[in-house]
Structures are given as C-alpha cells and as structure tokens.
Design a protein around this ligand. Structure first.
Ligand code: DON
Length: 304
C-alpha cells in the first residue's frame, strides 16, 4: 500500500527547506506579482482516494498548460485535419523560438510550442460560434467545475508585451497557415493562456487524458486513439527543450506553464499537479520538476 499522503508531505517539507526556488516569469508583467513561495500539489487517483498538500486550492495562471486543452478541442472538432497544419516532432528549442518556423515554411514542429498552439487557436476561432465563451465552457466541462475563469488583467498584460507571439502569428500568416486575422487569434490565445485554475481543478481536467477520453462528468470528447496521440505529444513535447529531461527524471507525460504549474499523468492510474511559481532557465517550474521526480521515485509509478 503506497502511503501517498506521507509522500506528498515529505516532498513538501523537503522542498520548502531548499533555498533556490527559481525565478518567477517576468516577461508577462502581471505574473511578476505572484508570491514565489507558493507550493501546492494535488493527486487525483482514478480508482482511489485523492491526496493534496500546501497551496493546492489556490488559483494560478495556467499559461501553456492551456495548449493541451486547445489541442484536444481542435482534434475533437476537425480530427486528423489538425496534422495538415502542425507536425508532431519535439522541437528541442525554447517554446517561443521563431527561426525554426521560417526554416520549416510555416508548419510548427508540434502543437505545444507557441507557433503550434497559435495554429490550434486559429482552428478554434474558425470552428467555434463564440470562441472564447465556447472554449471556456469546454474547460469547465472537462474540469467538472463552472467557477473557472479567464484573468482579463493577465490577458491584457501579455497582449501588451507579446511581441514575439505577434511575430510568430504574422509569420504563420505569411505562410498561409493562419486563416483568421492576427489580432482575433492572438486575443483568443492570450485569453486561453490567462485561464486560472487550482491544482485540484487542473488534476480534475486532465482526468480525461488519463481516463481514456472520458471526463469526470462522464462526457466523452476524444477517442482512445486521440488520447494515445495526445499523451505521446505530452511526453515528447510537453517541456520544450527539457522534454528529454522530464521523461528521464519523472517518466510521465505532462505539461508545464510559465505560471509555475506542471500537470502529469499515468494512464488509467492518476493525474498529478504541482504548482510552484519559480521557473528554471527553460521556463519550467524549478521545484515542480523536483517534486514530480521525487513522487515517481518514491512511489515507483511511471510509464516505464
Ligand atoms: O505565449 C507565452 O509566452 C505564454 N502565454 C505561455 C508560455 C508558457 O507557458 C511556456 N511554458 N512553460
């Protein structure tokens, strides 16, 4: 019998004692205001009790974790046509790297780097009647929680300083891989990134990806085959140029965001979220990486 609460408590107390907690993201001005000492974890087990520790019930900016939701929604709407506009290879580059997109003639390496996520945003802007409202409802459905909201201040703050993202969108447009106007797509993208969720809500929303496409509300959005593909992309691309390191240290499919959140999952077993706002130089939560490594090492639970 694995003693989950003991393991989470030990990870919490060990990491709280460490001096280096990384650097809070500053390139989105509104994110600078977050307390760097926050730390929470929430484990949602598919076939058993849930466990949590620290600031698990506080909302934070999910940022790039939202790219998994837009990918899932785009796949549910247009199926394999998604792959005509984005590839599925790890990029080995930072999330906002621009040069590769030009070299590869406007086809992003994968849907989890910014260029790929902006193409997913474009698909949703084309396919949804009321894109921001309908996408928010999708996230609320899969999280089984109607209280989830966009943070307008964060969205506006990023729009004001998002020069690289605008450059990516313009480059996509010049290669004919953006069908709507740049401003509309970026407004959607900055809003999806501004979604605020707690560790519990994130773990609940990723239940779908661990539970063969069925969410806790028992809604079915994705086929088993689509879930297999999303989890493969999480493993190979979820941490940008640190995807190899995450697979090596943690051994689970997962996704990070510059708000300091990381969600990982073991298919058919659990989803696990960690939030600690300080980032490492690759833009992934500094303590979050360590916490997840400690969890899979202590429990011996990983996909390998
Ligand atoms: O587009 C951006 O730069 C941010 N809204 C999201 C980046 C992000 O979260 C990268 N993840 N680690």
């Amino acid at each position: 019998m694995v003693e989950y609460q003991k393991i989470l408590d030990k990870i919490y107390s060990d990491l709280k004692k460490t001096k280096d907690h990384g650097e809070v993201a500053a390139y989105i001005p509104e994110l600078k205001n977050v307390d760097p000492d926050k730390f929470g974890m929430y484990l949602n087990r598919l076939h058993g009790d849930n466990f949590y520790v620290g600031d698990w019930n506080e909302s934070f900016s999910i940022q790039s974790i939202s790219k998994v939701f837009t990918l899932g929604k785009a796949m549910s709407l247009i199926g394999n046509d998604v792959w005509k506009r984005v590839d599925v290879e790890p990029s080995g580059n930072p999330f906002n790297y621009l040069a590769l997109l030009e070299q590869e003639e406007g086809i992003p390496r994968n849907p989890l780097i910014n260029s790929g996520a902006i193409v997913m945003a474009d698909i949703l802007v084309s396919e949804l009647d009321d894109p921001k409202k309908d996408f928010l409802q999708f996230v609320r459905n899969i999280a089984n929680d109607e209280s989830i909201i966009y943070n307008e201040k964060v969205a506006i703050s990023e729009a004001k300083t998002g020069f690289t993202n605008y450059a990516i969108a313009n480059l996509l447009k010049s290669f004919d891989n953006l069908h709507n106007d740049v401003e509309t797509v970026m407004d959607f993208y900055f809003h999806q990134c501004s979604l605020e969720m707690t560790c519990e809500q994130l773990s609940n929303s990723f239940y779908l990806f661990a539970n063969r496409g069925k969410c806790q509300r028992n809604c079915e959005y994705l086929t088993l085959n689509q879930i297999k593909r999303i989890n493969a992309i999480l493993l190979t691309c979820g941490f940008y140029d640190e995807a190899g390191e995450f697979a090596f240290e943690v051994g689970l499919p997962g996704k990070s965001g510059v708000g300091g959140g990381i969600v990982a999952l073991l298919p058919n077993e659990f989803t696990l979220t960690c939030w600690s706002p300080g980032l490492n130089p690759k833009g992934n939560s500094y303590l979050g990486m360590k916490a997840l490594e400690a969890f899979t090492t202590a429990t011996n639970l990983s996909i390998f």
